[in-house]
Design a binder for this molecule. Structure first.
Ligand SMILES: [Zn+2]
Length: 93
């Protein structure tokens, strides 16, 4: 407050900073700003927490969805027993 910043780092840039996907020049600029700016340091910390939570919620891409899809397709090719079960499930709200 006593030292007004000319700009603050955008959330999008902070997210990329947290992910480590920024270019070296941007990384240097943001690191310098975050080291001086309590506001952006707090935002960065919050984003890192959000990203960590997000990463634990999402399964590794490809693994679970592909396996679930294969099982589903395998069940569909088994026969009429599965179909009748599906019909029952559909008629039950
Ligand atoms: Zn800032």
């Amino acid at each position: 407050m006593s030292m007004p910043q000319a700009f603050h780092i955008e959330d999008d840039e902070l997210i990329q900073y947290a992910l480590g996907t920024l270019k070296d020049s941007q990384m240097t600029t943001l690191t310098a700003h975050v080291s001086m700016c309590n506001h952006c340091r707090g935002r960065l910390a919050a984003i890192q927490v959000e990203l960590a939570a997000y990463a634990t919620v999402l399964p590794p891409e490809g693994e679970v969805p592909a396996g679930a899809r294969d099982r589903f397709l395998a069940k569909l090719t088994v026969g009429p027993v599965v179909e009748s079960k599906l019909d029952q499930a559909r008629s039950t709200p």
